[in-house]
Design a protein around this ligand. Sequence first.
Ligand SMILES: [Zn+2]
Length: 214
Amino acid sequence: MKQILAIKPSKKGATDSFIWLSTKSGVYSVKTGYHSAMALQENPLDPLNLHEPFNWMTEVWNGKFSPKMKVFLWKTLQEALPVGGNLLNRGLMDTACCIHCGDLETTEHLFLHCPYATAVWKLAPFSINPNPNLLQSFSAALTTSKTWICLPPIGAGSGSLFPWICWAIWKARNTLIFEERLFQPVETMHKAITDFFFFRFGQVRIVFFGQVLG
Ligand SMILES: [Zn+2]
């Protein structure tokens, strides 16, 4: 009821219309409709799938992240990261194709839906096998990721690996665009884990698929 009362009618007298929240244009697409249905089916009680307000303080500023990571998350959530779709929206680019697969490079595509991201997430050492491909938004993924517990030797209570994996995907994307060097998904996951260790424990330990190698 509160939310209904908070809706502001158009000052110019425009008539009401239906907007599909899962696309930037507001127009329904079969692809996003499928993702929404799957996400709701898989996680019907997830409030973010119902477009509830996002809590910045809890999810970002009070999170166990480095200041650099908080800024990265803030930029990503604000659509301020220079991914193709954001540059296109600001009229800074004519095309905005993903460097990995050629689809439109939005924030959600790059970090959650791209086949490259899918291949990286499959390597994540979580106790469950998350499928970010089903999550509609980066904010939903960030909130949901708190339930993705790391397996030893990283282990529960070490903090979320989610932002470090996103950061590594972002670095891999930039290295491919600007240096034409391709990091395989396994190298990207490796970078995420070593960066995470360096932040948490102040040293680099080489961890791979649950084993500490050095
Ligand atoms: Zn892609």
